[in-house]
Ligand binder design. Structure first.
Ligand code: ADP
Length: 400
C-alpha cells in the first residue's frame, strides 16, 4: 500500500518548521527540518532523514521558494508523490473553529479575521498556507488550531468579568492555547490508563517555555490557564502569567514605562528569567538552586506553587479526578518540579513514587504509587505534529 504521507507545517514570520509523517503508522517522522532567516541573504534549510542531516544555503528564499526546494528534495528521496496532504498549525481560530478545517477561501478569511487576536502568529501561519497553495496547488490542506480544543469551555470559564460589550463587540474572552497538546495527552492518558474518556477527569500540564494547564472533563476542555493571549496563567520562561493589572498602572505612573514597554517586560523579561535574574531555562535554574543560588530557588518555588495552585483550582471544574498528566520539556524531564508539585497536592490524593519519578515514569509513564487509590500522575510526551498529521489525514480522507 502507498504510504499516506502528510507534510506538517508550522510557519513563523521568518521560519518554517516541517515534519512528514506516515499518518496512522509510526510517530517517528519520515523527514523533518527547519528553514530559518527567510527573506534574508542568510536564509537556510536544514533537514534530517534517518541518519542524513544536511544544511542548504537558500539566499533570500521566501516561504514559497522554501516549499519548492523541499518538494525538490522529496523528489530526490522518491517521496514527492507519497505526500497526500498538508497540515498547518495555526495559533488562533477565535470562535470560528472548534476543530480542524479544510483550507478554502472561507477558512482563509476567518484565519485573517483572527489576526487581530494573534498579530504575531496568524499572519505568519497564513504565509505558510498561501505559500503551500502556490507551490503545490493540487494537494489538499488542513488547518489545526491551538485554540480549537478549548472551544468546549463553558461561559463560566471563558468570560472575563468585564463590561459584556467587550466580549460581544470585541471578542475579548479566554481562548486558551496549546490545545493540540492538551487534546493529545489527555486522550493518550485515558488510553494508557484504561479510563473511559467519556466519564473521566484529567488535568494536563503542558510545561515548556510557554506553559498552561487544562481541565479535561469527559474528554472536553472545561478550563485552561492561558487566556485572551498566552500571557495569562502560570509562571513561564519569560512571561509573568497572572498579575494584578494595578501593577501595570503603577509601572506606567511611577516608572514612566509605556504600555508597549510594560507588555515587553511581562512577555520577555519576567517569569523564571525575571525572578532568577539569570535564566529562563529550567535546567539551569535547577542546577543553580542545587548550588545554593537563592534567586534561582525562589524562581523555582514560585513556578511550582503557581502550578500546584492552578491544578488544585480545577477541582471546581471536574466531577472526578483520575489523572494528572505532565508534558512539555519541563513536564517530561524536570524531576524536582514534578516532585514539588505532587507533594504540594497531597490533599488531592496524589501520591508520588520517588523511584518512578527519578526514572521519568514506568512503562506507561506513571510516577505515582502503583497501589494508590488517588489519581494517577503520569508523564506523556506530547506529539502535536503527529496530531496535526492525523487530523489532516482524517479530514482529507473524509472528503476524498
Ligand atoms: P517549547 O515551549 O519552546 O517547545 P520545551 O517544551 O522544549 O519548550 O521546554 C523547554 C523547557 O524544558 C526549558 O525550560 C528547559 O530547561 C526544560 N527542560 C528540558 N529538559 C530538562 C531537564 N532535564 N530538566 C529540567 N528542565 C528541562
Amino acid at each position: 500500500m502507498e504510504p499516506n504521507n502528510i507534510l506538517v507545517i508550522n510557519a513563523g514570520s521568518s521560519s518554517l518548521k516541517f515534519k512528514i509523517f506516515n499518518a496512522g503508522e509510526s510517530q517517528t517522522p519520515v523527514l523533518s527540518g527547519l528553514a530559518e532567516r527567510l527573506n534574508t541573504p542568510e536564509a537556510e534549510l536544514q533537514y534530517r532523514k534517518d541518519d542524513i542531516k544536511e544544511q542548504l544555503n537558500k539566499p533570500n528564499a521566501d516561504h514559497k521558494s522554501i516549499l519548492l526546494a523541499l518538494f525538490e528534495l522529496l523528489e530526490q528521496f522518491n517521496l514527492k508523490n507519497s505526500i497526500v496532504a498538508i497540515g498547518h498549525r495555526v495559533v488562533h481560530g477565535g470562535e470560528y473553529f472548534k476543530g480542524p478545517a479544510l483550507v478554502n477561501s472561507d477558512t482563509i478569511k476567518k484565519i485573517a479575521a483572527c489576526s487581530a487576536l494573534a498579530p504575531l502568529h496568524n499572519p505568519a501561519n497564513l504565509l505558510g498556507i498561501e505559500a503551500a497553495q502556490q507551490a503545490v496547488p493540487d494537494l489538499p490542506q488542513v488547518v489545526v488550531f491551538d485554540t480549537a480544543f478549548h472551544q468546549s469551555m463553558p461561559e463560566q470559564a471563558y468570560m472575563y468579568a468585564l463590561p459584556k460589550d467587550y466580549y460581544q463587540q470585541h471578542s475579548i474572552r479566554k481562548y486558551g492555547f496549546h490545545g493540540t497538546s492538551h487534546d493529545y495527552v489527555s486522550k493518550e492518558a485515558a488510553r494508557r490508563l484504561n479510563l473511559d474518556l467519556h466519564n473521566s477527569g484529567i488535568i494536563t500540564a503542558h510545561l515548556g517555555n510557554g506553559s498552561s494547564v487544562c481541565a479535561v472533563k469527559n474528554g472536553l476542555s472545561v478550563d485552561t490557564s492561558m487566556g485572551f493571549t498566552p500571557l495569562e496563567g502560570l509562571v513561564m520562561g519569560t512571561r509573568s502569567g497572572d498579575i494584578d493589572p494595578g501593577v501595570l498602572q503603577f509601572l506606567n505612573k511611577q516608572l514612566g514605562l509605556s504600555l508597549d514597554e510594560i507588555l515587553n517586560v511581562l512577555n520577555r523579561k519576567s517569569g523564571l528569567l525575571g525572578l532568577s535574574g539569570t535564566s529562563n531555562d529550567m535546567r539551569t535554574l535547577v542546577a543553580l538552586s542545587e548550588q545554593g543560588n537563592i534567586d534561582a530557588q525562589i524562581a523555582f518555588s514560585v513556578f511550582c506553587y503557581r502550578l500546584a495552585k492552578t491544578i488544585a483550582s480545577y477541582m471546581a471544574s471536574l466531577e472526578r479526578f483520575d489523572a494528572l498528566v505532565f508534558t512539555g520539556g519541563i513536564g517530561e524531564n524536570c524531576r524536582p518540579a514534578r516532585r514539588t508539585v505532587l507533594n504540594q497536592l497531597k490533599l488531592l490524593g496524589l501520591n508520588i513514587n520517588e523511584d518512578l519519578n527519578l526514572a521519568n515514569g514506568d512503562e506507561l509513564g506513571r510516577i505515582s504509587q502503583p497501589d494508590s487509590e488517588g489519581p494517577t500522575a503520569i508523564i506523556i510526551e506530547t506529539q502535536e505534529e503527529w496530531m496535526i498529521a492525523n487530523a489532516t489525514h482524517q479530514l482529507t480522507q473524509a472528503g476524498a
